[in-house]
Design a protein around this ligand. Sequence first.
Ligand code: SF4
Length: 461
Amino acid sequence: MFDGSADSPELREACGICGGVSLNPQMPYLTCFALYALQHRGQESAGIAVSGGEGQEIWLKRGMGLVSEVFPDTGELKQRRGKLAMGHVRYSHGEEGHHPENAQPLLFKYRHGQIAVAHNGLLLNGEQLRDELGKEGAIFQTNTDSELLAHLVARQGSADLEEALAAVVPRLEGAFAFVLTDGKRVFGLRDRHGFRPLSLAALRESGYFLASETCAFDTIRARFLRDVEPGELVMLGEDGIKSRQIMAAEKLSLCIFEFIYFARPDSNIHGINVHLARRELGRRLAREHPAEADIVSGVPDSSIAAASGYAEEAGLPYEMSLVKNRYIGRTFIQPTQQMREEGVDLKLNAVQKIVEGKRVVIVDDSIVRGTTSLKLVRMMRRAGAREVHLRISSPPVIASCRYGIDTPTAEELISAGRSNQEVVRRIGADSIGFLSPAGMLGAVGLPEDHLCQACFSGCYP
Ligand code: SF4
């Protein structure tokens, strides 16, 4: 599973970003609430940058841990008056590691003032840019792509951040969304393929807000306006919104895992509600892979919607046979395989009275390494399940992500180069069924060529 249902150590999302401008000086407070709503996208660090407007110094606070740990006292933010604010929650990607200096936003001073930068995703040409900048004498304090963009902006020379971004952003290749502020405006931009989501909303009183997911808008009672387009730069100021296409847009290649696992069920992405998409994934899974069973259960939390869809379609009772302990940190902080496996036991428990003597369908959103599925099946059997049928609401993951989602190498993917029969033997379930690519696309409802699904096909956009 993407075990993010049980909070995945197998595939990881890479950050949540937000930011906005308002005449209401409580933007820092609102931004903190928005970060709470985006917390599922990253729990490693959190930060907020604030400005009172033109001519004001940008204030920054960032640190390791959850939003509630970095900002334990919201009174501090309530008192910090500011019309512009931006925030970030972070998962580390690959070699970035769990280093405090990589917590974002990052704040820089250069000859034209200050800029704060935060991002979600990965620059594919980041190493090359770092190398070029290093040869020119750049000194790096972090290994983030946000710092690379700040260096490029500073070297571009324009005092106008919009012009600097328009000049340097086309040099960026990859899957990313950025938010920045120079203290006068808040900027949001999305890569030319739109791999990572970014949406725009109107604040209730006055002003505008950008966020990785629309659930953040609901939390601060902002009204969704639209998704930021691939290659678009959106600029929020006290005088309203300005938009500029700073990169030639390519075909949308939104990561399909936003629907399968990453995004919160109450978010809408390109007009599609995540919960409804997941329920439909489950319905189609039931049609494609029915099972002779007594009950259906989902792996909490991200597979619950798919499991309820499966149960509905199959005409079987939905039961809560797995309970998640919500007070254990994400298992990804446990680095070894053995510890990860132990982590699942800490997080999930089977309800013996429900599964005892039953033929159980367990619906999960995905299988990556298969270690979590193995533990789940064992757990159900220990609790007395007569049969355990695994149903997966996405196709087999056969390829690693090249666009910034931390996935295991192809050798570690249980479905890469193995038949479903081999997979089910390794996992120890009575049967397994994966949703077909066509079923997945039909459930999500976006055109096939608007989604990246390379993990399932090995065909990279
Ligand atoms: Fe998403 Fe997989 Fe594409 Fe990466 S390769 S963007 S995880 S679908």
